[in-house]
Ligand binder design. Structure first.
Ligand code: ADP
Ligand code: MG
Length: 701
């Protein structure tokens, strides 16, 4: 796959001229014969079976038919025209339709000549049609190599327009394997091949392009997926090893008075088993001489803050300072309030630093940090400004990491000689399989248990026609003394249209919930931070019963008395966002509710999202669905990892192979961390080749 001898340019292959070579490179990134061999089909179709037109029933299935074009005409429409051909066999006729490329097709199609056509059929008013069929003259079809499983390669608009059809790609592949079958270098060791029951690289490549049977195809795919995932894992795990040996960290030797005093006297509840386990993991890191780089995952409300506080106390016990960063000012303030309260009986200096901190305050903070008088600094991005200098920063806690880039983390490292330990906390649940492949070079702790006594949030899907009932329900909850969030989607702050939705919604709510009986707050991105803060605080303090807001409240806001979350236009939110929003309620011991207001016209994906929310509150299950719907590209962190560039493996579908690959890579590195053994030579070569290609190591050493 990687250490391929075939660095030869594809233009040297018979049948691929310079023009086509350029097109293939531009459209598909195929430059060399090696690239070509790694251009995998995305599916296979059974082309041994032919249909008669009279047998067509089901729509949306792919069929293959032999017949002739008897007529061709253009239909003009408002938006462009389409080309329609009447295609018949001895049993009936269907329409072939082209919306694009009509000109080329019109001049090249032969009427009254036998063609093999292939594609999906639709039915409209009892007439079958096939848009953009694959077509080949029957005479050509009969000349070419036919296997039961025909590969279908990924394509692009441009390729289709320039008539590089699937058939054309197949022919190029045929040419490649006619010349080079058996010339591809093995990339794995004999040991791994045997242990994992894999077929050879050469066989796998041939079978994936020209499968001789379903069984051989599966074996080929397994082999190639394993290899791909294995090398990603190898890279991640080696990075981690290198980091641990190269990047030294402060050794927090002891757990002292701060920690013990707090634990014995001020801990407001007993820790869950999951919190205890995670804390042990963190303590182990802090006590070793390598820098900690740990991701703490825990669903909303799972109690990450206390873990951060206890970790901070260990740093304090060892004479170090702590920085805690939050993504927004509101959150920073909340952390500051919550943590100050927890530690109020102890002599610990805690300060808050945000964009709106006054000059005088800043000066005091800067002085306190440099003298070491200040123990814990909580804040926003303001913490990483150059002027902020710690005397001895030992631990950085970052809440909600998707708002912070790796680059920003790196900036904090430079502030003193040794980098501080880093604890990143996130409530965005990442399925384990993904975490494994994305964060192979981060250590991961998971709080997989909620504090006791939480009631499951009841979630319902409602529509506009239910609005009066929803208002009634809100009134009942308010009468019980509860508070309510009403959230509107506002993805872009400049989105005037949705902003109007929010304003209209606010007006209708103030009409329905008039003063002085009811008080309503509103918070959105267009307000001045000071006003936002004021409105927010009114709600936090229980002075308003309803908070109408955009997604600014998405992350971390903690109002235990709020028990109802109403999400307007819920279909416009992504699953993880919905989950985050719902996590704002259910924080106290009261029964909480989440009402998803949706419009009637829902896409299938939107239906899946909303139903998933109704069915489960398990963040990991929700994340799995989200991943399935959106693919890994939209999840945080994936951009930095190799996951997005996978050519054949799929981290969701192939999670078993992923596990095997990870274990195999772990085993290998524990025996031969530098890949020096002669029997690992294939692996080393492939590894070096990847390194050469991606330049990945440049970042590390
Ligand atoms: P998150 O993980 O979302 O940041 P928090 O740390 O804000 O969660 O905790 C949510 C709520 O649960 C807080 O009010 C906190 O005091 C409470 N809590 C945390 N751990 C426990 C526990 N072990 N037992 C009872 N309540 C807890
Ligand atoms: Mg939190």
């Amino acid at each position: 796959m990687y250490s391929n001898p075939l660095h030869t340019k594809i233009s040297y292959l018979k049948g691929v001229g310079p023009a086509r070579a350029e097109l293939l490179q531009k459209e598909l990134g195929i430059r060399t014969l090696g690239d070509l061999s790694n251009f995998f089909p995305n599916r296979y179709i059974d082309r041994t079976q032919f249909y008669k037109i009279s047998e067509l029933q089901d729509t949306k299935v792919e069929v293959q038919i032999v017949g002739k074009i008897t007529a061709l005409h253009t239909v003009d429409q408002k938006r462009g025209s389409r080309l329609v051909a009447i295609f018949s066999d001895e049993t009936g006729r269907i329409e072939l339709i082209w919306f694009r490329g009509a000109k080329w097709i019109k001049t090249n199609l032969k009427l009254q000549t036998l063609y093999v056509i292939f594609g999906k059929v639709n039915r409209f008013n009892n007439v079958f049609s096939m848009p953009h069929p694959e077509m080949e003259l029957l005479t050509d079809y009969n000349k070419s190599l036919q296997t039961a499983l025909q590969p279908v390669y990924p394509s692009t608009e441009t390729l289709i327009k320039r008539s590089v059809s699937n058939r054309a790609v197949q022919k190029i592949m045929q040419q490649l394997f006619l010349t080079y079958r058996g010339a591809f270098k093995e990339t794995l060791s004999d040991e791994i091949i045997q242990k994992q029951h894999l077929i050879s690289k050469n066989d796998a490549l041939f079978q994936v392009h020209f499968p001789e049977s379903q069984d051989l195809l599966l074996k080929a795919q397994k082999r190639l997926k394993f290899e791909e995932l294995f090398f990603v894992q190898l890279q991640l795990l080696r990075n981690n090893l290198i980091r641990k040996t190269k990047i030294k960290g402060y050794v927090f030797e002891k757990v002292g008075d701060f920690f013990n005093d707090f634990y014995k006297n001020y801990l407001p509840f007993s820790l869950t088993d999951a919190q205890k386990r995670v804390l042990r993991e963190i303590r182990k890191d802090l006590g070793s001489n390598a820098q900690m780089n740990r991701l703490l995952q825990g669903d909303v409300g799972s109690g990450k803050t206390i873990v951060a506080v206890l970790s901070a106390l260990i740093a304090l016990d060892n004479g170090y300072q702590v920085a805690i960063m939050a993504p927004t000012e509101i959150l920073a303030i909340q952390h500051f309030n919550a943590i100050s309260k927890l530690l109020s009986e102890m002599s610990i200096e805690i300060r808050l630093l945000t964009g709106s901190s006054k000059t005088k305050e800043r000066r005091e903070i800067h002085e306190g940090l440099e003298s070491g008088k200040l123990h814990i600094l909580i804040g926003t991005h303001a913490l990483i400004e150059d002027k902020v200098k710690f005397k001895n920063l030992g631990l950085v806690v970052i809440d909600e990491q998707h708002r912070f880039g790796v680059a920003q983390r790196a900036r904090m490292w430079k502030k003193n000689d040794l980098p501080p330990h880093i604890l990143v906390m996130t409530a965005t649940p990442i399925p384990r399989t993904l975490a494994m492949s994305v964060y192979g070079d981060l250590d991961i702790s998971i709080i997989d248990e909620l504090p006791p006594g939480r009631k499951e949030i009841k979630t319902a899907l409602r529509f506009d026609k239910n609005r009066l009932a929803v208002f009634q329900f809100m009134k009942e909850e308010i009468a019980k003394g509860r508070q309510i969030y009403v959230v509107y989607p506002l993805i872009e702050e400049s989105d005037a249209f949705e902003y109007k939705d929010l304003k209209d919604g606010y007006e209708s709510i103030t009409r329905e919930f008039p003063r002085p009986q009811y008080q309503v707050s509103i918070v959105h991105g267009k307000m001045k931070p000071k006003d936002k803060e004021y409105e927010m605080q009114q709600f936090v303090a229980g002075k308003t019963q309803i908070l109408v807001a955009t997604t600014v409240i998405e992350v971390g806001v903690d109002v235990a008395n709020a028990s109802v979350m109403i999400i307007e236009s819920a279909e416009k939110f992504g699953l993880s966002q919905l989950h985050q929003l719902r996590g704002r309620v259910g924080r106290g011991s009261d029964q909480s509710y989440c009402i998803l207001m949706a419009s009637h016209k829902l896409t299938n994906d939107a239906k899946t999202r909303l139903n998933t929310m109704v069915e489960t509150t398990d963040g990991f299950k929700i994340a799995e669905v989200d991943l399935r719907l959106r693919g890994p590209g939209n999840l945080m962190g994936t951009q930095q990892s190799g996951v997005l560039n996978l050519k054949i493996a799929d981290i969701i579908r192939d999670s078993d192979v992923l596990k095997m690959a990870r274990y195999a890579a772990q085993d290998l590195l524990s025996e031969d961390p530098n890949l020096e053994f002669p029997n690992n030579k294939n692996i080393l070569n492939t590894y070096l080749e990847i390194e050469r290609r991606t330049g990945a190591w440049a970042n590390i050493s």
